[in-house]
Each structure stands twice: as C-alpha cells, then as structure tokens.
Design a protein around this ligand. Structure first.
Ligand code: AMP
Length: 284
C-alpha cells in the first residue's frame, strides 16, 4: 500500500491512475480502524476500483473538545489492517494540510441537519460535510463508500452530492456487528467490560423492535423500546426515533412501500454510541 500525507504527492499518484484509465473508490475514515471500516474497502474492491482510504480525525466535526482529544489514534495498526485487505493507498494528512485556510463554509441541509444527531451535536454535520467535500476535491473519486452505521451522515452526503452536482456515486454499506450484536465503532475501545455487556441492549432493542413492528403500532414499538433502553440505569438515552429511510422524518403510521428505520443514540458512562436498523424494507 502506498502512503501519502500531502495533497501534492497524493495528486501525482492519482493522476497516474487516471492516465491508466483506473476508477477510484474512496473510503474516508477517522482511523482506529476495525472490521466495519474494512468492509467498506472490501465493498469498493468489488467495483474493481483503485481503493484510496483516508485517515483524518476532523477537528471541526467535534462539538466536544474532550471527545476530540480522546478520539483513538492507532495509525500503525490501521496501516496493517489496510494492507491485510489489499487497500491500494492511504492518505493521512495533517490538519494544516486539509485546512490551510480558515473554514468559512456553511451548508444548509434543512431538516436533515436538525433532527437526531443534528439536534444533539450542533455543527457536527457542517464540519463533516466540509471535510468530505474537501477530501472529494482532493481525491476526485468515481465512487465513495460510507457505512449505514452513520445513516444520517450517509443521507446528508448523498444530499450534498446532489446539491453540488458532484460526479461521484455514493455507496451505502451495511453495519458490521460484533458476535453479540454491538455495532462496531472506534469508540467501543472506551467501553469497560461491563459497559460492553450493557451496550448489547442497543442491538437487542433494535432487533426486538423489528419483530414487534409486524404486529404492533409504531407508537407501541417506540414506547416499548424507550422503556426497554431506560430499564438499564447504566444507559443515558438521548433519543430513540422511528423515521423513514429517505428523509429521516418521524413515522407515526406504517406507510406502504417505504423503508422505515429505528435510530438510537445514548451514553454509557462517558461513551456515546449510535446504532440504527431497518425495521421495514422498502417495497421494490
Ligand atoms: P469513522 O471512522 O467512524 O468516521 O467511520 C468511517 C466510515 O466507516 C463511515 O462511513 C462509517 O459509517 C463507517 N463505519 C463505521 N463503523 C462501521 C460499522 N460497524 N459497519 C459499517 N461501516 C462502519
């Protein structure tokens, strides 16, 4: 795997690839890689593209300075993992390389940036969109791969690509989970053994909600899920929401043919976790 920490050296490599007629598949990450990230690289390889992964902890998408300071950074292990799946190139720029000038861009994603994560992490999605756009400008990928783990982020990136008319295909990839159901996340390293056990309730609640929705109303499922999560005093629930999979608007009644998902954000100890699951699939 080739490694680049400057835009200039990465661009020279990308230019060679383009001259050879290669398509580029881009996987942006914040590092501390795990099997969830690697699944995105593997998905990209199915498209027969050259895979470029970035590792950049983006300071402007953190609304909590402790969260930024404590975010796990494991570059050597990341390199080993990326090499193990045959990633072609890694881009790991410094903050100055990504932001040579003061950031002064404000996107308007409307409702999508005010609901759920947007309500609980002010400025997060603007910071995320700024870095994704900057990385897209640098890498100029044909395809970019994002996990459904961050479903609202995926939805906003799709909207940004449409709004700005970028010639990039955004590919959403399924959530990779531990054997006990916990969605893999870089932040899971902060969980103690007991907290990891407590965290299993998140995916269990989502899976039970998916069963329950077959026979119960949305309201009943939502009420049950909230009570179920709150039944563990170690859990500080931020939200449980049932929303459509396209616009992320809360769903009160079952709608025929639409994808309907449940979304959870909560804290266990100091660690904030999010998860989501499709409860009802869209009809073709
Ligand atoms: P992050 O490093 O947390 O910013 O994540 C980088 C990319 O990996 C994002 O598109 C995430 O949605 C995706 N990702 C993170 N965790 C998982 C997971 N467990 N399964 C699938 N994709 C994931």
């Amino acid at each position: 795997m080739l490694k680049f920490d400057t835009v200039e050296t990465l661009n020279a490599y990308l230019q060679e690839l383009k001259n050879d007629g290669c398509k580029i598949g881009f996987i942006p990450t914040m590092g501390a890689l795990h099997q969830g990230h690697l699944s995105l690289i593997n998905r990209a390889k199915e498209d027969k593209v050259k895979t470029v992964c970035s590792v950049f902890v983006n300071p402007i998408q953190f609304n909590n300075s402790n969260d930024l300071k404590n975010y796990p950074r494991t570059l050597d292990a990341d390199v080993d993992l990326l090499e193990s799946v045959g990633c072609d190139a890694l881009f790991f720029p410094s903050v100055d390389e990504i932001y040579p000038n003061k950031v002064n861009t404000f996107y308007n994603f409307g409702y999508l940036e005010t609901t759920m994560e947007g309500a609980h992490r002010k400025g997060h999605f603007n910071g995320m969109a700024v870095v994704v756009k900057r990385l897209f400008d640098i890498v100029k990928p044909d395809f970019a791969y994002f996990g459904e783990k961050d479903y609202q982020q995926l939805t906003i990136v799709k909207m940004m690509v449409k709004m700005l008319n970028l010639p990039i295909r955004i590919v959403g990839c399924p959530i990779i989970r531990e054997a006990d159901g916990l969605a893999m996340s870089s932040r899971n390293v902060h969980l103690s053994a007991q907290e990891k056990t407590d965290a299993v309730l998140i995916s269990q609640t989502l899976m039970e909600a998916k069963e329950m929705i077959k026979t119960k109303s949305m309201h009943e499922v939502k009420e049950w899920a909230i009570n179920n999560l709150k039944s563990n005093p170690a859990i500080e629930l931020e939200y449980f929401e049932i929303a459509d999979g396209t616009y992320l608007k809360p769903v009160i009644d079952k709608m025929d043919g639409e994808s309907i998902r449940a979304f959870i954000a909560l804290k266990i100890g100091k660690t904030r976790l999010i998860d989501t699951m499709e409860l009802i699939g869209a009809k073709a």
